[in-house]
Design a protein around this ligand. Structure first.
Ligand code: PEP
Ligand code: MG
Length: 548
């Protein structure tokens, strides 16, 4: 067993403590029941969830437990279960009927992807509770009596409601993504958390574990020195974040444009409230994820305006629809694709839904009229100079002055001298660029050690594109998750990017850290990281230089 476990850090902080494993008890004993008994048990599950929602103090867990109670009492779920069970029969085992009924619901949520797909864990939770209730195998609440690190396959809010979390030092789970319940609950509690941490269930009960919720790493074998230096680094980041305000500046005074990512009006208000120079990535598809039909141009104009209004006097970089792959939009009826991440997504939608993109561009141009914002518009998944030219021509024809491309594919990065020549700016989408350079699905937690922008192969790819941008005198930014990591942010500046766009919550720490390093140090760290053989080496070498 390896002593290092890598996942996605979703709540920062560094702790050490004994592992407390939460194991789902799954018995394969048959569960005999009549339909009446099933519905009575489901009612009791709903009541338990409502009760837990009533008693838990943490607001966010209260909300999610309440939502689960609603799901458990959803007439559509009850109808689906009823449709599978014939009345007047005492089943010798109801497992497969229930699995089918819940399975249909889960498939529908999974098909919607993203946030919705992560909600399938709620249905699993409800079904497990139902089976436990019917078989009389419900466990007494697991009570934590000493400070512990909770390790589990996955944690639902009702699991966490049963734990007394004042003793939870950190949460580490094998499954889940950045918007999973574990992430939300951990952030609410202010304790470190890692999700998608494959293999973590192999760690035995009681093992001392070091958890770094910023890096998304956990270690069973670590030195006191390592623990102390991680703790100090974390404390320093927080202290500097609180102390530094104003526009982004390196120690030598070099200006760094700090921007925030947003998907709706609330995100725009958050971006403005953390003192950024604007929005560096407006993910327009988030406004459409729940629309069954394409919003009209007038509706789109209203939606975009709600994001532009709070940003008066500031930059707003709008990204055209990035539907497809991990972001399915219901009204874009895509056929089944064998490899959706390599299929028709982003700008490639012009091949199948050309008018949708044209109408969106028209709405963006219209929405910006009469509002004092610095409008930049870019297209996602641009792969070739021809695509860049096509986008630029369409956008400029509508009067949009600053047009750009996201650099998210190896082809766009390696060919950036030609791609960027067509537009005014480039923005590295490092989430996708990392996925494609490393040929590793960004959503597959088993590959999270591969999907890191620290990998020198990814850094080299960015370096090549930055060099092209410099020789063309075009500005580049980063709007993927990597910009939110203070050390990676410094390395990216060292590679030559000019702006960084991140979740609003990350801005103050990045700003604070950048104020401690000068450009020459960023360049030195970047060159060293690029020369490394592994992501671990690149990260530790760069950190060594940046902390000198
Ligand atoms: C990216 O790929 O890094 C990016 C910013 O776009 P998204 O995460 O929305 O695909
Ligand atoms: Mg992307």
């Amino acid at each position: 067993m390896s002593n290092k476990f890598t996942g996605i850090g979703v709540s920062p902080g560094v702790v050490v403590g004994p592992v407390r494993r939460i194991v789902q008890v799954t018995s394969n004993e048959p569960i005999p029941a009549t339909p009446r008994e099933v519905f009575d048990a489901l009612e009791k599950v709903t009541a338990d969830l409502e009760n837990a929602a009533h008693h838990i103090e943490l607001d966010i867990a209260k909300e999610v437990l309440g939502a689960q109670a609603m799901m458990a009492s959803d007439p559509a779920l009850i109808e689906a279960i009823g449709a599978r069970l014939s009345q007047d029969i005492k089943y010798s085992d109801v497992r497969s009927e229930l699995a089918d009924s819940f399975g249909g619901f889960k498939a529908a949520l999974t098909a919607l992807g993203g946030y919705f797909a992560e909600r399938t864990a709620d249905l699993d939770e409800i079904m497990n509770r139902l089976l436990a209730k019917l078989s009389g195998t419900e466990q007494a609440a697991l009570v934590l009596t000493a400070p512990s690190i909770i390790v589990a396959e996955d944690l639902t809010p009702s699991d966490t409601a049963q734990l007394n979390l004042q003793f939870a030092l950190a949460l580490v789970v094998a499954k889940g993504g950045p918007t999973s319940h574990t992430a939300i609950v951990a952030r609410g509690l202010g304790i470190p958390a890692i999700v998608g941490c494959a293999g973590v269930m192999e760690i035995s009960e009681g093992t001392q574990l070091l958890v770094d919720g910023r890096d998304g790493t956990a270690y069973t074998d670590y030195s006191e020195v390592d623990f102390e230096s991680r703790k100090q680094r974390e404390a320093a980041l927080r202290a500097r974040a609180a102390a530094v305000v104003g526009p982004g500046r390196l120690k030598d005074g070099t200006h760094v444009t700090l921007l925030a990512n947003a998907g709706d009006a609330a995100g725009a208000i958050a971006a403005a409230s953390v003192g950024t120079e604007g929005i560096g990535l407006f993910r327009t598809e988030l406004l459409f994820l729940e629309s069954k039909t394409e919003p009209t141009v007038a509706e789109q104009v209203a939606m975009y305006r709600s994001v532009f209004e709070p940003m008066k006097g500031l930059r707003v970089v709008v990204r055209t629809l990035d539907a497809g792959s991990d972001k399915p939009v219901p009204y874009i009826h895509a056929p089944h694709e064998e490899n959706p991440a390599l299929g028709v997504r982003g700008w490639r939608l012009t091949r199948t839904n050309n008018d949708v993109i044209n109408r969106q561009l028209q709405a963006i141009a219209e929405a910006a009229q009469g509002i004092d914002i610095d409008l930049w518009v870019m297209a996602p998944m641009i792969n070739t100079p021809a695509e860049a030219q096509d986008f630029a021509t369409r956008a400029r024809a509508l009067g949009i002055k600053k047009v750009g491309v996201m650099i998210e594919t190896p082809a766009a990065a390696l060919h950036a001298d030609k791609v960027l020549a067509e537009v005014n700016f480039g923005s590295f989408g490092t989430n996708d660029l990392t996925q494609y350079v490393m040929a590793s699905d960004r959503l597959d937690s088993r590959l999270s050690d591969m999907t890191t922008t620290w990998h020198p192969a990814v850094l080299r790819t960015i370096q090549i594109a930055c060099n092209s941008a410099k020789s063309l005198n075009k500005s580049t930014g980063v709007c993927g998750e990597s910009a939110a990591n203070p050390y990676l942010a410094a390395v990216l500046l060292g590679l030559g990017v000019n702006s960084l766009s991140m979740a609003p919550s990350a801005v103050s720490e990045v700003r604070g850290f950048l104020s401690t390093v000068d450009l020459a140090t960023c360049v030195e760290a970047a060159l060293k990281a690029v020369s490394a053989s592994s992501a671990e080496e690149a990260e530790s070498w760069a950190k060594g230089i940046l902390e000198k």
